[in-house]
Ligand binder design. Structure first.
Ligand code: GLC
Length: 550
């Protein structure tokens, strides 16, 4: 494995409060998570991304912090957190945490002080306007739930800026004190032992907000500054950023114009995510081929993070209206399944009709595409959503561990749970849980374990170069390859329902005892690659050649 560990990582994201409750108060906690590290190690996860861990009034599931230097007391203590880092490290698992510093909660002592007086030392830590800005009703991130980005604060007698909800006032990154403080926050967690940060809302952090200017300038230099700071404090720490912007803007987040890669290491590939959804909906790989072709080249050390589901809605805003409607028709037919005029608030298994073949196909495809795969908790057992919960909470229900009450998540009375467990229908915890799938060697969980282990034996996927194999293919089939110093992997994924045969004999001269290393069924010998069978929704990961390197 190369020194850039993140290139060959398998990232698993979870909310501590819905994962495992060790003390029976109904809220998941750090000790509960420590108790599940062996499960994660067996699954093959190498890096945990923890959603916000800080104290918070929880109006946006922790994305509204009141203290960046502590953990939410509902989750445990800083001591528990240090123990988690140690126990994870013992198992070869790194931990990165969400760094949500575009804004704070309006209950944060900094904001409380800032609003109290124009003379507060924290006044200039936030973004104010004495008069009502013309762009007050522009740039909302949560249409339908948010109707302005500037709100009047009676105590402050001024307008404050909030890119997200009203209770999330933006910090003022034009202020050097704020920059210094945020770097101190990062140092603090690095010193405790985290391996980096999932950076929330990066395009907004670097925005130098000017009242009345909905297109305020961006200060990319702050990203360079932050990267330098982080790297001096901990050489192997990474920044994984959420920057859902147009593809032509992405390179600037990775590095300055010299392609030096001196900013963010890893960006979530939102463009690919939307295209994957479209491809699955249409049963046609073309959108993925386009995404592979159109994504900008990365500087050395830059990496994509791929995902199918995360903790938010599936954001389809970068698709055309027609494409979006196709995805809605397939995967979000009811109004109730959609959110913010742009997305779907569902988990993948129900979107794919709980069709095991299709779920495997989708995840095999994601994990074979260039980049570092990110997996959301519960997807590995095929959990469903609860649409009776508001907004994005539908996909934030407790982890389903067993047949026990509350899915084995907690021993609390059901009404005390942080969120109800899914206990009805085909995704109820009695049907979908870890214990049941442990007993069944053919379970989805067992499949994920095998698939992830196969991935770890194929470093070309994370560290190599991925290309579409551009030869005639039956409808629905994507053929791509990953090449690296250790050899070549070839992948076939059939997004359609028809059984087909694929001819890849042009690759035969490169092959050295080519073998299926993962497939939806036993397909027999790969042979001369001229008659590769592929079932409807089938997939084959073929090692074409292996160059053992010491
Ligand atoms: C990011 C998070 C989202 C949160 C928002 C505000 O987009 O992923 O969950 O609501 O930032 O912090």
């Amino acid at each position: 494995m190369g020194d850039r560990w993140y290139s060959e990582a398998v990232v698993y994201c979870l909310d501590i409060d819905t994962y495992a409750d060790s003390d029976g108060d109904g809220v998941g906690d750090i000790r509960g998570l420590i108790g599940r590290l062996d499960y994660l190690a067996r699954l093959g996860v190498t890096c945990l991304w923890l959603h916000p861990i800080h104290p918070s009034p929880n109006k946006d599931d922790g994305y509204d912090a009141t203290d960046f230097y502590n953990v939410d007391p509902r989750f445990g203590t800083l001591g528990d957190f240090a123990e988690l880092l140690h126990q994870a490290q013992n198992r070869g698992i790194r931990v990165i945490i969400d760094l949500v510093v575009n804004h704070t909660s309006d209950e944060h002592p900094w904001f409380q002080s800032a609003r109290s007086s124009p003379d507060s030392p924290y006044r200039d830590w936030y973004v104010w306007s004495d008069t009502e800005p013309d762009d007050r009703h522009q740039g909302m991130v949560f249409p339908g739930e948010q109707n302005e980005t500037w709100s009047y604060d009676r105590t402050a007698k001024a307008w404050y800026y909030h890119r997200f909800y009203k209770f999330q006032p933006d910090l003022n990154f034009a202020n050097p004190e704020v920059r210094a403080e945020i770097k101190k926050v990062m140092s603090f967690w690095l010193q405790l032992g985290v391996s980096g940060f999932r950076m929330d809302a990066v395009p907004f952090i670097i925005e130098l907000t000017e009242p009345g200017n909905p297109n305020s300038p961006k200060d990319f230099e702050f990203l360079t500054e932050m990267r330098q700071h982080v790297q001096w404090r901990r050489a192997d720490a990474v920044l994984l950023a959420e920057a859902n912007v147009e593809p032509d803007q992405l390179p600037t987040f990775f590095g300055d114009s010299g392609s030096s890669g001196n900013r963010i290491h890893m960006l979530f590939d939102f463009m690919l995510n939307g295209r994957l959804m479209l491809a699955l909906a249409r049963q046609d790989p073309e959108p993925v081929i386009e995404a592979l072709r159109d994504t900008p080249a990365l500087p050395a050390g830059g990496q994509w993070a791929t995902f199918l589901r995360n903790h938010d809605e599936i954001d389809l805003s970068r698709l055309t209206a027609e494409q979006r409607n196709q995805v809605y028709a397939e995967f979000g037919p009811d109004e109730d399944m959609r959110i913010y005029d742009r997305g779907i608030r569902r988990r993948l298994a129900p979107m794919l009709g709980n069709d095991r073949r299709r779920i495997e196909l989708a995840y095999a495809l994601q994990f074979s595409l260039r980049g570092t795969p990110v997996l959301r908790y519960g997807e590995e057992i095929g959990m469903g959503e609860d649409l009776s919960l508001p907004g994005r909470e539908s996909i934030r229900t407790p982890m389903q561990w067993s047949f026990k009450p509350n899915a084995g998540f907690s021993t609390a009375e059901p009404e005390k749970l942080v969120r109800p467990v899914i206990d009805k229908g085909e995704f109820s915890y009695e049907k979908v849980n870890v214990t049941a799938q442990r007993r069944d060697p053919k379970s989805l969980l067992g499949w994920f374990e095998r698939m992830i282990r196969t991935l770890r034996e194929a470093p070309e996927i994370g560290s190599g170069a991925t290309t579409h194999i551009d030869v005639p293919m039956p409808a629905g089939v994507l053929a791509h390859r990953a090449d690296g110093p250790t050899g070549t992997m070839v992948f076939l994924h059939n997004l359609g329902t028809e059984d087909v045969e694929v001819d890849l004999s042009m690759l035969a001269p490169e092959a050295d005892l080519p073998t299926d290393v993962l497939a939806d069924r036993g397909y027999g010998e790969v042979g001369k690659l001229d008659n590769l069978k592929l079932a409807g929704y089938g997939y084959r990961w073929i090692r074409l050649c292996w160059a053992a390197k010491i």
